[in-house]
Design a protein around this ligand. Structure first.
Ligand code: MRU
Length: 377
C-alpha cells in the first residue's frame, strides 16, 4: 500500500550550504546561517553581525534543533566578544531565546567560561574573544564527531533489535545535518543504515505546526537518495496498525536525569503507539542534551509558541514573497494550544543512544554513568 506513495530521492538538489558557519570578511566577523524558514523553497543565507540578530534567528527558527542551537549559542558569545559587545549580556539573551533545548545554554556557557577564564588570565579582550571562538569551534567539531559515533551505535542497536535488516523507520521532526555540526542524531542513524543497505524506508512525520518533517527531513532524505515517504502526523497510528513500522527514531531537546525525554510535540503520542504495537522507540542525542540538573520530566520547561502557528498553515514562500508565511485556516480570534515540545517518560523509551553508547533500559543510574564517562573522556 504505502509503497505506491514512496519517493525515491530522484529530485536531489545538490546543495552544500552548511547550517552554520563563522566567516571573517574585511567588514568584520559574522555568523552565517542557512535560513531554515525558507527551506525547501530556497537556500538563503542569513548573516548575523551581532548576538541580537542571532537571538531573533533562534526565536524565528531560522536556526533550530538542539545540537545546532548549542553551536549557535557558543558562536553567538564569540560574536559578541569579537565585536566588543557586553559578553555576559549577550550570553543571557542567547540562553533565554528558547527554553527547552538544554544544548543552547550548554553552548553559551562553554564559550562564556572560556571567555572569562582567558580574560582573567591575560586581561586582554582580544585573547578572551579568541578563547570564546576557539570554544565554539571545538563544540562544533565535537558535535560532528559525536554524530558519527551516534550513527554507529544507533545502527548497531537497530541491527541487534531487528535482526534481518531492511529496517522501516518512522521519524518525527528534523534531526539531520540541518541541526548538527555533522549528519545529525536520529537521521544520522537512518542515513548510516541507508548507506549500509539496511534501510528499507524512512517514514517522515510532517510535524505540525511548523512542518519540520515535511520541509526539512523530506529535503534531507531526498538529498541523500534514501527511500522515504511523508505522512501526516495523524496517519502514524494506522501505519503502526498495518505493521509497517519496525522502529521509531527521534532526537531530543532535553533529557532529564531520570531519562524523561523532551522532544518535538507529537513524540509522546508516537511513544505510546510504539509501546502498544511492541515497536522499539529509540532516542538519539549527544551527551550535551542530557541535563543532570533537571531531575525529571515535570521539571522541563516546555516552550509555548504563538497561537497563529496553529490557526494558520505555515508555508515557506521564498525570498520573493517574504519568508515563511501563514495562510489562515481557523476563524479569526480562535485560541490555540501550541506547545513546541512534549515529554516522554523513560518507561516508554526503549533506549537512549549517545556518542558514548546506549542506555537500555533507560534508568537514572545508567544515564548518570554515561554522563560521567563522557566527562572523563
Ligand atoms: O522546534 P525545533 O525545530 O527546534 O525542534 C527540534 C526538535 O524537536 C528536534 O527533534 C530536536 O531538537 C532533536 S534534533 C537532534
Amino acid at each position: 500500500m504505502a509503497d505506491q506513495q514512496a519517493q525515491t530521492g530522484e529530485d536531489i538538489r545538490p546543495t552544500d550550504i552548511p547550517a552554520i558557519r563563522w566567516e571573517e570578511p574585511p567588514e568584520g566577523p559574522v555568523l552565517v546561517l542557512l535560513d531554515q524558514t525558507r527551506l525547501p523553497a530556497e537556500e538563503v543565507e542569513l548573516v548575523c553581525t551581532d548576538a541580537s540578530a542571532l537571538v531573533e534567528a533562534i526565536r524565528s527558527l531560522a536556526v533550530r534543533g538542539a545540537p545546532l542551537l548549542g553551536i549557535a549559542g557558543a558562536y553567538g558569545v564569540a560574536l559578541a566578544a569579537v565585536r566588543g559587545f557586553d559578553v555576559d549580556e549577550a550570553a543571557k539573551a542567547l540562553q533565554s531565546a528558547r527554553p527547552t533545548a538544554v544544548n543552547l545554554s550548554v553552548g553559551v556557557r562553554r564559550a562564556q567560561s572560556a571567555h572569562r577564564a582567558a580574560l582573567a588570565r591575560s586581561g586582554e579582550p582580544e585573547d578572551a574573544a579568541a578563547a570564546a571562538l576557539a570554544a565554539a569551534r571545538a563544540l562544533h567539531r565535537e558535535d560532528a564527531e559525536a554524530s558519527v559515533r551516534m550513527a554507529e551505535h544507533g545502527l548497531a542497536l537497530l541491527d541487534e533489535l531487528l535482526p534481518g535488516g531492511g529496517h522501516r523507520i518512522l521519524t518525527h521532526c528534523n534531526t539531520g545535518s540541518l541541526v548538527s555540526g555533522g549528519e545529525g542524531t536520529a537521521f544520522a542513524v537512518a542515513l548510516h543504515a541507508h548507506r549500509a543497505g539496511r534501510l528499507r524506508r524512512l517514514w517522515v512525520d510532517e510535524t505540525r505546526p511548523l512542518l519540520q518533517g515535511a520541509r526539512l527531513t523530506a529535503y534531507e532524505a531526498a538529498r541523500s537518495g534514501m527511500s522515504y515517504t511523508l505522512l501526516t502526523d495523524n496517519a502514524a497510528g494506522s501505519l503502526f496498525a498495518a505493521g509497517e513500522v519496525d522502529a521509531v527514531l527521534i532526537g531530543a531537546d532535553r533529557i532529564a536525569a531520570d531519562g524523561s525525554v523532551a522532544n518535538k510535540v507529537g513524540s509522546y503520542p508516537l511513544a505510546v503507539l510504539a509501546r502498544y504495537h511492541h515497536v522499539p522507540l529509540i532516542v538519539v542525542a549527544p551527551v550535551t542534551t542530557v541535563d543532570p540538573d533537571t531531575p525529571d520530566g515535570a521539571a522541563i520547561e516546555v516552550e509555548q509558541r504563538p497561537g497563529y502557528e496553529v490557526t494558520e498553515v505555515t508555508v515557506p514562500q521564498g525570498a520573493a514573497a517574504g519568508a515563511v508565511g501563514g495562510v489562515p485556516v481557523a476563524p479569526l480570534g480562535t485560541q490555540a494550544y501550541n506547545p513546541a515540545f512534549d515529554v516522554t517518560p523513560p518507561e516508554l523509551v526503549t533506549a537512549i543512544v549517545t556518542e558514548e553508547g546506549a542506555v537500555s533500559p533507560v534508568t537514572a543510574e545508567g544515564l548518570a554513568e554515561l554522563f560521567e564517562r563522557s566527562r572523563r573522556a
